[in-house]
Design a protein around this ligand. Sequence first.
Ligand code: NDP
Length: 384
Amino acid sequence: MTRSISILGATGSVGEQTLDLIRRNREDWRVEALTANGRVSELASLAREFDAKVAVVADEARLPELREALSGTQIEVAAGRDALCEAAARPVDLTLAAIVGCAGLAPTMAAIAQGRTVALANKEALVSAGDVLMRAVNESGATLLPTDSEHNAIFQCLAGNELANVARITLTASGGPFRTWTQEQLHAATPAQAVAHPNWDMGAKISVDSATMMNKGLEYIEAHHLFPVGLERLRIIVHPQSVIHSMVEYRDRSTLAQLGPSDMRVPIASCLAWPDRMDTPMAPLDLAAIGELSFFAPDETRFPATRLAREAIETGGAAPAVLNAANEVAVAAFLAGQIGFTRIPVMVEQALSRYSLPAPKCLDDVLSVDAEARANVQELLEHA
Ligand code: NDP
């Protein structure tokens, strides 16, 4: 049976890996909406290839270019934030939320409001809007499928079990490209070195997050919302081979782990086929060739980001949204060569210490906290 799908962030790393799986199973899918920020030619070429119903760019200035690139086709075109939300709200069987950053929050919420199935890769949306987003899921009756590899692993390990029986959830972390670097080396780390992840091929922002370990901090908060077992039952362990994607220990001390290649097409396939399974092009897991799996406690002196994330979610209120916004601005500044690598967590900590805003109650509250925190960190940057 053909199913319909919309992909928010179609031109990104997760979006393209999803379309790769759809390309291999073309007869199973009808593509409704594909969205991008500003990469018009990539979006237009995907929209043509997959015969999308609508293609949307967030950047309104690029609309004439998109219209031109899709002239002569039946594909509708649109631009701007409202158009993104309208596209996200179109009726489909599955929406993949794969925009990077808090920019993906409003379209993700628009998809959730329809009460359908949403595969969530856009972790920043859940970190910023935590309770607001989960409440919307409950109220609309939407099904949220975790796409992030760790949360997808936990989702699989939990299948059929009660959260009350969970003793501990362990998120594994590769440790990123700088896992063994000294503090001095970290001070001199360049954007090119930070985006060169040893195990995963990902977009620039999440690659830097992986290098600072903020990615694991964001995932800790994400796990807290998706699997509410209590913060004391969530922990992070460094596992450099990225073979075990996360684990769930039950109260009888039985631990279930999900293993697989470090390729996002595995968790994406699990969401596309859910509750069934589908083939992927990856080679079978060869544990004898891998030989050894190792584990370490995180070093929060060299990589303070996991501590900052834990403190933010323990503080609650607007703190996780501030953490996320500050991190997005600091990562962009690092990628633009404006600040050094080790300044990223310092700026996040400074932003967190300036705020004690009340908990956001709705989407607009989250977006105003996000905007205020961004402006604040921008100011810190200008006076650095
Ligand atoms: P990329 O940077 O590769 O792609 C981001 C996508 O979002 C692109 O389609 C981009 O469009 C679009 N986009 C960027 N900014 C905006 C904006 N302001 N408004 C609308 N659309 C925008 O990111 P990834 O694919 O790596 O990551 C996507 C999300 O998935 C992130 O939240 C990340 O944390 C999460 N994730 C990613 C994993 C990975 O392996 N990459 C693994 C697990 C989670 P354009 O191309 O036009 O710029």
